[in-house]
Design a protein around this ligand. Structure first.
Ligand SMILES: Cc1cc2nc3c(=O)[nH]c(=O)nc-3n(C[C@H](O)[C@H](O)[C@H](O)COP(=O)(O)O)c2cc1C
Length: 200
């Protein structure tokens, strides 16, 4: 049985356009798959600070109870990723970047020796053999332009963890009037249809 991890980064949870598209995709491909949902609005991941990072790099045998709890929380997020064959990410654009909740999540799942390792040839991702689908919802138009701050960043981050097979599905111009929004959503839905056979 395949496992799908759906990470929703919209502040609107299930009402967000990125979540709705991610939901449509997951429902269409789910059938017999196990689904894990990580909603970053409902369960926000705390900012990474010196105390948490200190716990990540402390030797297991010398960790305090508090440090153990910080590591256990990060491990829980990482275990969801490890279990997943497919990762589906709802990615809104907020103030020209990724949601801060997603950045906090990324900061908790990038762990040396756990999700990536340093080698003589540079960093090597340890979460290999997975496929990711990213549903990018935006008020304006950015795809393919230097103002798209999200695509290269998310692609690079996932590749750093070893997730190199990544498809981006865009819904852009959502705040540019009803016609633009409807056209963007129907284009994204057509893209979902076209991706389904590739998944099977
Ligand atoms: C706080 C906030 C900031 C936003 N900033 C941008 C932006 O910088 N560029 C843009 O194109 N759209 C921006 N938007 C519009 C969102 O990208 C759009 O509403 C999209 O649907 C958000 O995804 P969601 O519906 O899944 O939350 C912003 C929306 C909000 C609520």
């Amino acid at each position: 049985m395949k496992t799908i991890l759906q990470v929703n980064a919209s502040i609107l949870s299930n009402e967000g356009q990125s979540t709705r598209l991610a939901n449509d995709f997951v429902q269409a491909l789910r059938s017999d798959a196990k689904l894990i949902v990580r909603d970053l609005a409902r369960d926000p991941v705390p900012h990474l600070d010196a105390e948490r990072f200190g716990a990540f790099i402390a030797k297991p045998e010398s960790r305090t109870l508090k440090q153990d709890a910080f590591v256990a929380y990060s491990d829980e997020l990482i275990n969801e990723l490890k279990q997943a064959d497919v990762i589906v990410l709802g990615l809104p654009m907020y103030n020209f970047g990724v949601p801060s909740t997603l950045k906090a999540y990324f900061d908790h799942v990038a762990r040396a020796g756990v999700t990536f390792s340093y080698t003589e040839k540079g960093p090597a991702g340890l979460l290999t053999g997975k496929k990711a689908y990213v549903f990018a919802a935006r008020g304006g138009m950015y795809e393919g332009t230097p103002r798209d701050t999200q695509t290269a960043y998310v692609r690079d981050f996932l590749a750093f963890l070893g997730i190199t097979e990544v498809e981006f599905i865009y819904a852009e111009g959502l705040a540019m009037g009803e016609t633009s929004r409807d056209a963007a959503l129907s284009k994204a839905r057509s893209r979902i249809e076209s991706l389904l056979p590739a998944y099977a």
